[in-house]
Design a protein around this ligand. Structure first.
Ligand code: KG4
Ligand code: ZN
Length: 335
């Protein structure tokens, strides 16, 4: 049987990325052009700058991906592209590139939800075992997703305000740490002691939803009150206390859902999955749940990339999904 090759494209935020995946499992080429340096001085992603960089980079990234892979366009079975959610102007660059290739080379086009991509990054690590639960933690999303089978997504809990990565980045900014702040808080937290009382947003009994804006405000108020009283707060202790609150809620709700839904596997996804504290806390908690496999992807597959989009694209392609050439970027796309 002939090998399947999927070309994936991702431009939903500030990474211009392309990848080729063989048989839905193996990375043949994976190129990510990060724009972080350009956005850093603004303390966050500036949509217009992101779009402009995507336009400049997309052809270069695609050419490098094909060159790295040694695969020809004739051998490609389908083009998978992130259609949403994300920044609309950024999504459009990837979607239009994918449509142009699809049209020029007469290859099927498969639109992929960005979060489906993050979840399917785990298929590059191991075989997915259903039913599974995915904890999706990124700069734009915080969700618990139940999957009964391939291509089936049920969001059982989500954030009601800030995404967890967003809260990390905002707290980092109040501590004058560079953007993106997540990794800096994570590093600081390892050096500090979680001795500052901060709230945990459990929400109503039984809810798998999350809320991080109250915690973020509590951190800002703690700093503000201390400076008014002329007291000094150790940034490392504040980072450790913030991180402890975040992790306690994420891990507790994940364990509860794991038991309630009787899943065989729990997979971690999204940029915040790079967090050392979160990885360690999940590993520790899952050691007791012997029948459930915990899967944590390597750092390079946690942050935005196109390998995850091509992998999800391969699954959807096999399930028969085809997108029309009228495909558009959809910033509010539902999973
Ligand atoms: O998935 P991602 O690359 O982009 C989105 O789709 O949002 O996630 C980026 C987010 C940023 O908010 C960044 O601060 C956060 O992931 N992040 C971390 C860590 N590494 C990246 N947050 C906490 N700890 C980390 N080690
Ligand atoms: Zn992402």
């Amino acid at each position: 049987k002939k090998d399947e090759y999927i070309l994936g494209i991702e431009t939903s935020c500030d990474e211009t990325a392309a990848s080729i995946i063989k048989n839905g499992k193996e990375i043949v080429a994976n190129v990510v052009a990060s724009q972080i340096e350009s956005h850093k001085r603004f303390g966050g992603v500036v949509p217009e700058i992101a779009s402009r960089h995507h336009v400049e980079q997309i052809t270069v990234v695609l050419e490098e991906t094909l060159e790295q892979s040694g695969v020809t366009m004739e051998e490609i079975d389908a083009i998978a592209v992130t259609e949403g959610p994300g920044l609309v102007g950024a999504l459009l660059i990837g979607v239009n590139a994918a449509k142009a290739i699809s049209f020029a080379h007469n290859k099927p086009l498969v639109g992929v939800h960005h979060i489906a991509g993050h979840i399917y990054a785990n298929q590059l690590v191991t075989d997915l075992q259903f039913p599974l639960l995915a904890l999706v933690v990124s700069g734009g999303h915080t969700e618990l997703v139940y999957m009964e089978k391939h291509g089936s997504f049920k969001v059982i809990g989500e954030t009601r305000d800030d995404a967890v990565g967003e809260a990390y980045d905002k707290v980092a900014r109040t501590l004058n740490l560079p953007y993106p702040g997540g990794p800096h808080i994570d590093r600081l937290a390892q050096e500090g002691e979680a001795n500052i009382p901060l709230p945990r947003a459990w929400l109503e009994e039984g809810s798998y939803d999350f809320s991080f804006s109250g915690l973020k405000s509590a951190v800002i108020n703690t700093l503000h009150n201390a400076s008014q009283k002329g007291e000094k707060i150790e940034p490392a202790n504040l980072a450790a206390s913030f991180q402890e609150s975040v992790i306690e809620v994420l891990v507790t709700k994940t364990i509860k859902a794991t038991k309630e839904y009787g899943v065989n596997q729990v997979v971690l996804a999204g940029g915040v999955a790079a967090n050392k504290g979160l990885r360690a806390a999940l590993e520790e908690s899952f050691r007791e749940l012997k029948d459930v496999e915990l899967v944590i992807p390597p750092l390079s597959l946690c942050t935005d990339n196109a390998a995850m989009i091509a992998t999800a694209g391969s699954v959807f392609y096999q399930l028969g999904k085809r997108s029309p050439l009228s495909l558009n970027g959809n910033p509010g796309l539902d999973l």
